[in-house]
Design a protein around this ligand. Structure first.
Ligand SMILES: Cc1cc2nc3c(=O)[nH]c(=O)nc-3n(C[C@H](O)[C@H](O)[C@H](O)COP(=O)(O)OP(=O)(O)OC[C@H]3O[C@@H](n4cnc5c(N)ncnc54)[C@H](O)[C@@H]3O)c2cc1C
Length: 582
């Protein structure tokens, strides 16, 4: 059965797409930051601009050296940038998820390493304490985390446990007095060298499960950190190993329930995604400004290069991807802030879309700058180096695509089983059988007639063609899901290329919903004449996504997957590329 809506819990719009539904309820009207928070945000943004705007040379030097000086970290603390999401009762700023994301947007306009330092602290380092901590744990640590006296780090990854996070080998054994003895090593931990507070995930053999989250302090005997990693990008941020040798962890430092550490870790990562998203949006905004300046000033063939269609095309796409990213990050922030319990698919979609949008925007910006873009003297190469990590950490985009696709097909899969049962019922007893036809089965009938077609409700009438592309896209996705489920059944879990294509279609449709909702709100406020550029953005995005959606759907039906997979096996078996024209 299709899940029921309660007053407070609107059903997931992303998952709805896999059923052919357009669930605009949670995003129409387009969510806005509350008035009271807007005032606080304006002040924070102003102070960030005052502090960071003239530090370009410093940031360049930190990047070359690969570190943020202690004095700089102290200044970030004084600015309150470690207190952003900590509730006011614990001396924090108490920003919402959306507000926090907007702050990271601002710091990212200037320096990605700064955003990562404060982002790893808030988005992941202390998030488990906020989400799962006891009152006593919060009172003990949050005030010191708010001032930055304690910087936080999130310790999940190990040499043998990257994407497969459940396979951690760091382990904690419970002692007779209730304390734990922790041993193991974590790698690539952001803020590893500066943190005083570590959220650590370790294997535990408890009745409740196999992994538990712990609070660990740097000062405890047996805690040590390695040297800073020499990285491609975000070089000034501090990434180190963190080692635990027979560390005695007090009984009251368990985060959440014993044995439920995997759930805690995933909840943290899901909840933290708007921080990364905001950061990507900020970086895009800055680089678009730079590109526009460059394109206007650079003259070739007697004209500014901004006058050439091929450059205009890039600027339009960059602007559209940034607007779309900002829209989807706002919607996901709003879902989290409004207490939704089912936002992990939307959050994963936003991470994949936004990190790839930034990669495209940074690459195109560098291309617009030509040879200058390749020179260290200009900021483009650093932005390209800095932004590459977003597709890797906090869940690689491959893993998140699989997560999106598989969480999306879950409900249609259950419904198909439901349909199969209903149909069996019909054969057994036709009259009774019709009575038990599921919602889904009834809807399927509708999907092929105009009656049951999904509707983009609440979308401005001037976006008719874009709305209708979404409506058709949702139907085509649901049909493709059904075909895939019937063909592969449970085996879909092994069909990564199918899952990826379904996830990509759903992601573009979900982002499209966010864009149309936002543009509709702008049109409602300013009228069509006052929203000409936003309507253009909706059109450019709709076209961009229509092409991608069609390609993915076509790829589900007709592809060279079998040949490609066999070729990959052969290349792997022979140790690499083995052809030459000699
Ligand atoms: C600069 C930096 C900072 C980091 N900060 C932190 C931090 O603060 N805390 C922390 O805990 N971790 C941190 N990490 C670790 C980061 O989260 C991991 O790098 C990431 O989860 C991927 O793990 P991996 O690097 O081991 O890649 P792997 O898991 O080895 O993956 C390698 C490739 O294989 C793909 N792959 C893996 N499994 C599958 C599959 N089943 N199907 C298809 N493809 C697959 C991946 O998508 C990827 O492309 C950081 C990493 C870096 C580089």
């Amino acid at each position: 059965m299709t899940k029921q809506t309660t007053d407070t819990q609107l059903p997931s719009p992303a998952k709805g797409l896999f059923l052919g539904d357009l669930r605009f309820e949670s995003m129409v009207p387009f969510p806005r930051v509350s008035n009271s928070e807007r005032e606080t945000l304006s002040l924070v943004i102003e102070s960030i601009d005052r502090f960071m705007a003239d530090k370009e040379e410093d940031f360049r030097a930190y990047d070359v050296k690969g570190e943020q000086p202690t004095e700089y970290l102290e200044q970030l603390k004084e600015l309150g940038l470690f207190s952003l999401i900590i509730p006011e009762e614990f001396s924090g700023l108490g920003l919402s998820n959306s507000g926090y994301s907007r702050v990271l947007q601002q710091t990212s306009r200037y320096d990605a390493s700064t955003s990562l330092t404060i982002g790893a602290h808030s988005s992941i380092g202390l998030k488990a304490l906020l989400l799962f901590g006891t009152v006593e744990q919060k009172a003990r640590y949050l005030p010191r985390l708010a001032t930055g006296e304690l910087i936080a780090a999130f310790c999940l990854t190990e040499a043998g446990a990257g994407s497969d996070a459940a396979s951690v080998r760091t382990h904690a054994v419970k002692n007779a007095d209730g304390t734990w003895t922790l041993n193991g090593e974590k790698i690539w931990i952001t803020n590893g060298g500066t943190a005083g507070f570590f959220t650590v995930f370790a294997k535990t053999e408890t009745a409740g499960g196999k992994m538990t989250g712990f609070i660990v302090e740097r000062g405890w005997e047996g805690v040590s950190t390695g040297p800073k990693e020499d990285k491609m990008g975000i070089r000034a941020s501090c990434t180190t190993t963190v080692r635990f040798d027979n560390v005695r962890v007090p009984a009251d430092c368990v985060l959440g329930e014993e044995g439920k550490g995997f759930k805690v870790a995933m909840a943290v990562l899901n909840n933290g995604r708007t921080g990364l998203g905001g950061g990507c949006v900020g970086a895009m905004k800055r680089i678009i400004e730079l590109s526009v300046q460059q394109a206007s000033q650079r003259k070739q063939f007697g004209k500014s290069i901004s006058e050439f269609q091929l450059i205009k095309d890039k600027i339009a796409l960059m602007t559209t991807l940034c607007f779309a990213s900002e829209s989807v990050v706002s919607v996901v922030g709003h879902l989290i802030d409004s207490g939704s319990e089912d936002f992990s698919t939307e959050a994963a979609m936003s991470k994949v879309f936004v990190s790839e949008a930034l990669w495209t925007v940074a690459d195109e910006a560098l291309q617009i700058a030509g040879g200058n873009g390749f020179m260290r003297e200009y900021p483009y190469e650093r932005v390209v180096r800095d932004c590459r990590i977003n597709r890797i950490f906090e869940g690689t985009n491959e893993i998140l695509r699989l997560f999106v696709g598989l969480s999306g097909v879950k409900e249609p899969g259950e419904n198909l089983a439901d349909v199969a049962r209903s149909v069996k019922g019909i054969f057994n007893d036709p009259i009774k059988g019709f009575g038990v036809l599921s919602d889904y089965a009834s809807k399927k009938v509708g999907q092929y007639t105009s009656l049951g077609r999904p509707r983009a409700t609440g979308i401005s009438s001037c976006l008719q063609s874009e709305s209708s592309a979404l409506e058709q896209g949702a139907v085509r996705l649901a049909q493709a899901v059904e075909v895939a489920l019937k063909r592969y059944r449970k085996g879909i879990i092994e069909q990564q290329l199918v899952t990826k294509r379904l996830a990509d279609v759903a992601t573009d449709l979900f982002v499209g919903m966010c864009v149309l909702s936002r543009v509709s709100a702008i049109v409602a406020e300013r009228g069509e004449n006052g929203s000409a550029d936003e309507i253009r953005i909706a059109k450019v995005f709709s076209n961009f996504s229509r092409v991608r959606v069609s390609n993915s759907l076509r790829g589900l039906a007709k592809n060279a997957d079998e040949s490609g997979l066999a070729l990959a096996d052969s290349v792997v078996a022979s140790g690499g590329y083995r052809w030459d024209t000699l």
